[in-house]
Design a protein around this ligand. Structure first.
Ligand code: ANZ
Ligand code: ZN
Length: 810
């Protein structure tokens, strides 16, 4: 556009898109937000948003997440910190592969096209990233270090392969982690998940269960609810193992119980259908029923199996076990409400005191035997009768231990992390199988093990990687004999379990990162993301950081000092979803109103932890407000001179500006309460709009300066443009955050107490610093005072300024 043909009003009106494009280009060209690790003159601050999966387009949840972190980063920069604020792509995963199957586009092409589009969207939101640190988990320069990490775990005995029943999704043809099974269904495609045996790679996160649990208590900057979710996921329980012999068989069965005090009330025992001993107890009589039952149990998810609501089923094996305390025989069953992988996979059933055993016993007419009375004392429990149940737990465990059929045991619900995926678009597991040497790790010098391109994506039930002619056959790194490669790829949660470390030193080609740099930047000072990652991603990242710490790579065990889990973005009260057709496209909002309005709006109305309701009228209102700010500055340009010294006269405009500054600084700095920040800024703008500034007005200039600085982290483009129009020094984003003048915060009103003959008879709010006769007049006009003076004249009036008037009458 040729500026000569613009009229004065056009030049002066708020063209969000033009301004935004101009400054985005400028920030990019000048690398305005580049971070130098070497800059140790300032304290460090690491602000991080959970990096996105490149699905193709940003949604409003992304906009909210990244805006929150961006405002924090900008605020911290203006407060003198050296801020690290990076962005990258969690870019391995199933959708790319599904796209390849559907339309034949190679996963890498699909992924990088999506990334290009989303990067452009992020840039149009004006986020202050150091783009030189952009990372891609699907690129060789990254996944070679993910493979290095796997090998570190392998060499530390924290990675192993075993045959295991796994959650299997037929439609995705892959194994799912427990966490990816939601109510018995695949988290991705919603089809029913079945159990299947496969040889799989696991990471021994259970070795760290206790440390991960203890670490939670040190996370003061985390939401309580997330900490509780992690604790429950680790699920520590302390109980007892009791050993029951099988009658007339040379077999013994261990059960795990948290209620050893109920041992005298055990009236039957249940094995998980998958328990290894079941095979030994199959007879010609029970075989058909047992095997049929085992088959149907495989189709049930863990959640269904353990639900107290569901109707219980089971099959008697036709054997008895002997209660080691009573020496009574009780029948042995299999039932799917007992899980193979928890405890010992066997339970002693106590129908009187356990809900699930109760339902089962009712259905199959098994005996009931109460052993705890209403006051919590043991009854009918031999020598333990009469003990309170808590005490009985310890005594019974000790008795079992001394007689050699029991011991106390700590138990965690946490399982080892299953990382094998029979998929293509992931980091290949760097392992080779050799007929003479067995399982051989690929030497570091041969990393990365590159993903092959000659693959058939349409294969079912195994990794497409296994169809590559060039990949599978190789030579053994140890003996140089023929060998084959592992064809499973890694769960993408491994890629994202260490990315925050790579951001610190993203171009390192000789190590995953430089130790000194990581020790300087870690922990992440503020991590922001969705609560859907409360368990998995955060637990895995904590685990990996603990392991790397143990090997001297990080100076910390806990990666994220403070965590903010932002709420969802709703549309008119409903969850935004493509199927409901109520999504709002960020690009549309940028086009109509501009990014500053989108940023401003998404921070207004509710605190970041709560859900945010997107209303079209709300965006419109925010746009109008920003236009008002624009007009306020542009229309009063003759009054504003940023070069003027701050005013000496502390009038009400000055006071309001400093009160706003003080409040905003607290609201951002403490709890990131951006909604109250915005309402305070609105009040200041209202007040400034009502004033009639003089030319070169020092107070007004000072207040506008404060206003622009406060607004800069939220509406970075508009404030930068106004700053330039006002001929401010440098960039507004490099201005120091001003200090509030605390004197100006003292309220200008005081309460005066009125007394008659030393007794309090009334009170009034007045302006500060009224003189003695003004105060005396106020007292004499007070109704209550007049009532108690009862028409008599004052003999004496005592005035304490700003505090009290005492009228003495005869
Ligand atoms: C007897 C008993 C009596 C039990 C009673 C409870 C109440 P937490 O606290 O979660 O660790 N259990 C043990 N292993 C199991 C498995 N593999 N599948 C399903 N249930 C299992 O739970 C421990 C309790 O859950 C154990 O204590 C056991 O039942 C059951 F009045 O033993 B209890
Ligand atoms: Zn070999």
């Amino acid at each position: 556009m040729d500026s000569d043909v613009l009229s004065v009003t056009q030049i002066d009106s708020y063209h969000a898109q033009t301004i935004e494009r101009k400054w985005q280009r400028h920030w990019e060209e000048t690398k305005a937000f580049k971070t130098e690790t070497a800059d140790t003159s300032k304290a460090k601050y690491y602000a991080l948003s959970m990096f996105p999966y490149p699905s193709g387009r940003l949604h409003m949840g992304h906009v909210r997440n990244y805006t929150i972190t961006d405002v924090i980063a900008r605020f911290k920069r203006m407060n003198g910190f050296n801020v690290l604020h990076p962005m990258g792509w969690d870019s391995f995963g199933l959708p790319a592969e599904n796209a390849a199957i559907k339309s034949g586009v190679p996963p890498a092409k699909w992924t990088f096209e999506n990334i290009d589009h989303m990067r452009a969207q992020l840039k149009s939101l004006g986020l202050s990233y150091d783009w030189d640190r952009e990372i891609f988990t699907c690129r060789e320069d990254y996944y070679r270090w993910t493979q290095w990490l796997f090998l570190l775990l392998y060499k530390s005995n924290l990675a192993y392969k075993k045959e295991a029943p796994v959650n299997w999704c037929e439609s995705c043809a892959t194994v799912l982690a427990n966490e990816q099974v939601i109510e018995g269904k695949c988290w991705r495609c919603d089809s029913v998940v079945i159990r299947k045996n496969l040889s799989q790679w696991f990471l021994k996160i259970t070795d760290y269960a206790e440390r991960l649990l203890e670490g939670i208590d040190t996370l003061e900057g985390w939401p309580e609810k997330v900490k509780l979710m992690q604790k429950n996921w680790i699920g520590k329980s302390s109980g007892t193992i009791l050993t029951f012999p099988v009658s007339r068989q040379a077999l013994k069965i261990d059960v795990y119980t948290t209620r050893p005090d109920t041992i005298y009330g055990a009236t039957y025992m249940v094995l998980a259908p998958e328990h290894p001993l079941v095979e030994k107890l199959i007879t010609s009589e029970n075989q058909a029923r047992v095997e049929a039952y085992q088959l149907q149990a495989r189709t049930q998810s863990e959640i269904e199996r353990t639900s107290t609501e569901r109707e219980k089923t089971g099959v008697p094996l036709g054997f008895d076990v002997i209660n080691p305390f009573t020496e009574e025989k009780i029948p042995l069953w299999i039932a799917d409400y007992v899980l193979a992988e928890y405890g010992t996979g066997a339970v002693m059933a106590v129908p009187c005191h356990d809900e699930r055993d109760n339902a089962f016993a009712k259905k199959y007419n098994l005996p009931f035997h109460p052993v705890i009375d209403d006051s919590g004392m043991l009854i009918d429990s031999g020598e333990f009768s009469g003990l309170p149940y808590e005490e009985a737990k310890a005594k019974i465990t000790a008795a079992a231990e001394s007689k050699g059929f029991g011991k106390s045991q700590l138990q965690y619900r946490l399982r080892d992390w299953l990382i094998s995926r029979q998929r293509y678009w992931g980091a290949p597991i760097p392992i080779v199988y050799c007929n003479s040497c067995g399982t051989v790790p690929v030497p570091d010098s041969e990393l990365p093990v590159k993903l092959p391109e000659d693959v058939d994506f349409s294969v079912q039930g195994k990794s497409p990687v296994a169809t590559s002619k060039t990949f599978v056959h190789t030579t053994c790194p140890t003996c140089q004999g023929p060998a084959t490669r592992e064809t499973d790829t890694m769960d993408t949660f491994i890629c994202s379990s260490w990315y925050f470390l790579r951001f610190i030193d993203p171009h390192n080609t000789t190590a995953p990162f430089e130790k000194a740099a990581v020790q300087h930047w870690m922990p992440v000072d503020q991590y922001v993301g969705g609560v859907e990652h409360a368990i998995l991603h955060l637990l895995y990242s904590r685990f990996i950081t603990h392991v790397l710490y143990d090997h001297g790579w990080t100076g910390v065990t806990e990666p994220f000092k403070n965590l903010l889990t932002q709420g969802m973005v709703l549309k008119d009260g409903a969850k935004m979803s493509k199927s409901k057709g109520n999504t709002v496209d960020p690009d549309e909002v940028f086009k109509v109103y501009g990014a500053d309005t989108a940023r401003f709006f998404i921070l207004s109305d509710s605190p970041p932890q709560n859900d945010f309701d997107w209303k079209d009228a709300g965006v419109e209102g925010c746009y109008k407000f920003l236009k008002r700010v624009w007009r306020l500055v542009v229309d009063n340009r003759a009054s504003i001179n940023l070069a003027l010294q701050p005013p000496i006269c502390k009038n009400s405009v000055y006071q309001q500006a400093h009160q706003t500054l003080h409040g905003v600084t607290q609201d951002i700095g403490q709890e990131f309460q951006f909604n109250t920040v915005i309402s305070k800024i609105r009040e200041l703008v209202n007040a400034l709009s009502k004033t009639e500034p003089e030319a070169n007005d020092p107070t007004f200039s000072h207040a506008v300066h404060i206003l622009l600085v406060l607004l800069a982290p939220i509406a970075p483009h508009m404030t930068e443009e106004l700053w330039q129009k006002l001929e401010g020094q440098g960039s507004i984003h490099e201005q120091p955050w001003p200090k509030a003048d605390l004197d100006a915060l003292v309220s200008n009103t005081v309460e005066i107490v009125f007394q008659v003959n030393g007794k309090v008879r009334g009170r009034a709010q007045t302006e500060r610093r009224l003189n003695k006769s003004q105060l005396e007049q106020l007292a004499l006009q007070n109704e209550q005072v007049q009532k108690f003076m009862d028409g008599k004249p004052a003999t004496k009036v005592i005035v304490v300024p700003d505090k009290l008037v005492n009228i003495v009458i005869a």
